[in-house]
Every structure is written in C-alpha cells, then in structure tokens.
Design a protein around this ligand. Structure first.
Ligand SMILES: Cc1cc2nc3c(=O)[nH]c(=O)nc-3n(C[C@H](O)[C@H](O)[C@H](O)COP(=O)(O)O)c2cc1C
Length: 191
C-alpha cells in the first residue's frame, strides 16, 4: 500500500472528547471547556494529562485553583459538548446555556456534570509549558461512575457509556467489540 508523507502533526487517534469543569474559586461561577488533547499518563498514582491553550478562560481558572473535573459525555450530550468547545466562559454561563446540571464534587471545589456518566476529580500536580498548549498533569483523587453504565463485574459497559471520539471536525461514537485482552494467546497464531 502506498503511503503519503505528511508534515509532523498530532496524528494520534482516536482521541476522546470530554468536558472539563473548573471554577473561579469556592462559590465562584463554574465553567466547562471541551477538550480532546487528553490522555492517561500514569496508573500509580493515576494521572491524566490535559492540554490547554494559555489564552482560554479555563486555563486561568485551572492554573489558579489547581483543580478540575474531567466529565466523559455520552453520545446524547454531543450538542452540549460542541457548545462548550465553541463559546467562552468569559461571555456565557455554559451550565445555564446548555442546561447541564452542576453536581457536587467530593474532593475538589469545581462541580462535575451530573448528566455525564463518569466524573473524574483531579488535582493539578504540575503544569508544563509545551508551546501552543500547556500540559496540566491531573492526579485523579476520586471517580464517580453512574451505576447504570456498570457491568455486573463493575466495569464500564462501552455500549451504555457511549463515549465520543473526535476526528477534527467530526464527532464519532464507538464501533464494535473486537475481542478480549489475551485473545492472541488463545488463538495460538504467531504474531
Ligand atoms: C471537540 C473539541 C475539542 C477541543 N479540544 C481542545 C483542547 O484539547 N485544548 C484546548 O485548549 N482547546 C480545545 N478546544 C477549544 C475550546 O474548547 C474552546 O476554545 C472553548 O470555547 C474554550 O472555552 P473557555 O474560554 O470557556 O475556556 C476544543 C474544542 C472542541 C469543539
């Protein structure tokens, strides 16, 4: 198969599209920013990195409070996800505008988003300036999961969770289950 060489760019895919909530201090107005530059970086301690351009309103809020909540939306929240990625909290109250409900967090000040089935509460461990974006290293301090998306074994059921992936400018749902971890051992095939 012929391959085309492209200039370096962030070619990695799929990337998750999430809504990160943050707040202007205790009692301050909460905000939501849509992010796709998000990834798991470490298991112990659990750390997730989020990349935010310095001029975003949310950047200032998170830098000051050093706390945020990663809310994983379901497919039916795609319109709110898009809205929070287009409008700025400098101009609008995104909770009010989208009708999303703030949900009290347990370990951090910013509220989570009640309609999102998973809310990951994070405290900022470090901020690294990379260029166009600053990397916020968020240590996960608590995860709240909607009971309804859990399997009998307590794992997340992807069909019920219906996460969203972003492929600029497209929003995608997930596809089919391809197999289980360890399937290569069972098949006996050489890799
Ligand atoms: C799907 C999607 C993904 C986005 N990912 C990022 C991202 O990873 N980092 C970033 O700085 N902005 C990202 N944005 C842009 C911000 O969400 C957008 O500029 C937002 O309006 C900023 O809100 P704020 O000013 O209230 O912080 C994304 C937007 C969309 C629609």
């Amino acid at each position: 198969m012929a391959k085309v060489k492209k200039q370096p760019f962030t070619a990695l895919y799929p990337v998750p599209a999430v809504m990160v909530s943050c707040a202007d201090g205790a009692g301050g107005r909460p905000n939501i920013i849509t992010l796709a530059w998000v990834g798991t970086l470490c298991s112990e301690p659990p750390i997730i990195g989020i990349g935010i351009r310095p001029h975003r309103y949310s950047h200032g809020l998170i830098k000051k409070s050093r706390e945020f909540v990663i809310n994983i939306p379901s497919a039916d929240q795609v319109k709110a996800l898009d809205y929070c990625g287009i409008y700025s909290g400098r101009d609008v109250d995104k909770f009010k505008a989208t009708g999303l409900t703030p949900q009290r967090s347990q370990m951090v000040t910013p509220p989570g988003i009640s309609e999102c089935p998973v809310n990951i509460e994070c405290k900022v461990k470090d901020i690294i300036s990379l260029g166009s974006h600053d990397l916020f290293l968020g240590e996960v301090v608590l995860v709240q999961v909607d009971e309804e998306i859990l399997t009998g074994r307590g794992r997340i059921d992807y069909i019920k969770a219906a996460p969203i992936a972003y492929n600029i400018p497209e929003y995608w749902g997930i596809g089919e289950l391809l197999g289980l971890h360890g399937l290569s051992r069972r098949s006996g095939d050489q890799l």
